[in-house]
Design a protein around this ligand. Structure first.
Ligand code: LLP
Length: 450
């Protein structure tokens, strides 16, 4: 951190279009997503995971975890690229269906799906429902019999692996709300197979999100497979699937570029582990399944903002530069932009890092330490905690914040009655709106006035 990257040398283009042109046409702030890149990344990840599974003699299904970013267009892209969709609510299900996704290609997650959501999912013929608790076994079986259907289900378990990521993003240690302890899997599967209208596909585990260390994935696969022999005795046949969730981390800043895991490498290691574990236990190979979200859309998104005010805070000799990374800088420029935690809650929620640059002009000014902040009434309203920009950054400049494709629009809010910005997709050098921006009237319309 803090390494000087040198001076800005060109105006920023996104998908072949100048960032300033996008802001002129669609306004600021603006979410921009590169459709070509998103599709290419989806194909690349799908192919990496599938070809490694095929190498060991099985296959893999790669779902898109739609919570990362979903709208009708994105669901269509994934569908066209051959990725089934993972949803976690009735709302996400409705978007996937509106996009024309075959319900059989949808998986439904959640630790507290409502009875109405379960009934709707079964009624439309959803491919799989991931059971998250014992209570859901009965609920799903009852809904399936009411609909006169047989429902395929997976069982979410905690592998007990402690993924090295932010606490809020780790989901496979024992003391958290998702899934069942692995030790309870046999009892749960007994309950599942007691229902004729439930078809048990296999275990599911998602160890967390934004994970850089690959051991967790391997360890989880091994732990889950260690009960497959026992489970197949209960079901009376081989267990069809092993779903290892998503969570592949991405680089948010240039410093992280070399550290983020390569999905092909994870796939290769996992395939080897799965093959070994199955061979050792004399088990048939299950089909593998994955559900990455961030790794597919994260890096194809950029948010454009316009600078409103700047303010200089002296660090030298004050207590301001509490962070050693700031030592050596005389001052920090607070650069306020026209959005903030309402369009990107991640820095406030997880202390996430982002990378910013000036998009509208070339500057010869010396790099200065900046903190890009939003317009909301909270000091935690930070867009970029620490980065460098040319020292002459000033009102009217357009800033581009990289890697905002995942969990930015989807976690957005209307805090302070700030309308959500639109999302523009870039393809073949052309830009089009795929999610409309909100207006003040949209927000006012929510208040009951009579
Ligand atoms: N599968 C399941 C069951 C999940 O819960 C998640 C993410 C995924 C797949 C996709 O994970 P990914 O590949 O995108 O890491 N709001 C947080 C991330 C929360 C992730 C929740 N579950 C963030 O902004 O970092």
């Amino acid at each position: 951190k803090g390494a000087r990257r040198g001076r800005e040398c060109r105006q920023l283009k996104l998908g072949g279009i100048r960032a300033t042109e996008l802001v002129e046409q669609f306004g600021s702030p603006l979410y921009v997503v590169d459709e070509d890149q998103t599709r290419a990344t989806a194909r690349e990840i799908r192919d990496a995971l599938r070809s490694e599974a095929q190498r060991i003699g099985t296959d893999a299904k790669v779902y898109y975890a739609s919570k990362a970013f979903l709208c009708v267009e994105v669901a269509r892209w994934m569908d066209e690229e051959g990725l089934p969709i993972d949803v976690a609510s009735g709302g996400e299900l409705a978007v996937a269906l509106a996009a024309g996704v075959d319900p059989q290609n949808i998986g439904f997650h959640g630790n507290n799906k409502s009875e109405a959501e379960i009934a709707r999912a079964i009624e439309v013929g959803i491919g799989t429902i991931i059971i998250d608790s014992e209570i859901e076994v009965e609920r799903i079986a009852a809904a399936a019999s009411a609909a006169g259907r047989t429902q395929s289900v997976r069982l979410r378990v905690n592998s007990g692996v402690h993924a090295s990521t932010h606490d809020y993003l780790a989901t496979a240690h024992e003391d958290q709300k998702f899934g069942m302890p692995l030790s309870e899997a046999p009892a749960m599967v007994r309950k599942i197979v007691a229902h004729e209208n439930l078809n048990f596909l296999g275990l599911h585990c998602h160890i967390g999100s934004q994970i850089f260390a690959t051991e967790g994935f391997r360890e989880s696969a091994e732990r889950l497979l260690s009960v497959y022999g026992e489970l197949s005795e209960i079901t009376g046949g081989p267990i069809a699937e092993l779903n290892l969730g998503g969570g592949f981390g991405i680089a948010y800043t240039p410093d992280q570029a070399g550290e983020a895991p390569d999905v092909r490498e994870i796939a290769r290691q996992l395939a080897d582990i799965v093959k070994q574990a199955c061979d050792d236990a004399g088990l048939p190979l299950p089909k593998l399944a994955f559900e990455p979200g961030r790794a597919i859309v994260g890096q194809s998104g950029v948010t454009l903002y316009t600078v409103g005010t700047t303010k200089r805070v002296q660090l030298a000799g004050s207590d301001a530069a509490a962070d050693p990374a700031d030592h050596g800088y005389g001052e920090r420029i607070y650069v306020s932009v026209d959005g903030g935690m309402s369009d990107n809650a991640r820095p406030a929620l997880y202390g996430s890092d982002y990378h910013v640059r000036i998009a509208n002009r070339v500057s010869d000014a010396e790099p200065a330490l900046v903190r890009v902040v939003g317009k909301h009434c909270e000091s935690g309203d930070i867009v970029v905690y620490r980065d460098e920009l040319p020292g002459d950054v000033s009102p009217g400049d357009v800033l581009a914040v990289a890697a905002t494709g995942a969990y930015c629009w989807s976690l957005s809010s209307n805090y302070n009655y700030v309308p959500r910005p639109p999302v523009v997709a870039l393809r073949n050098g052309e830009a089009r709106i795929i999610v409309r921006g909100e207006t003040e009237n949209d927000l006012l319309a929510l208040s009951v006035t009579e």
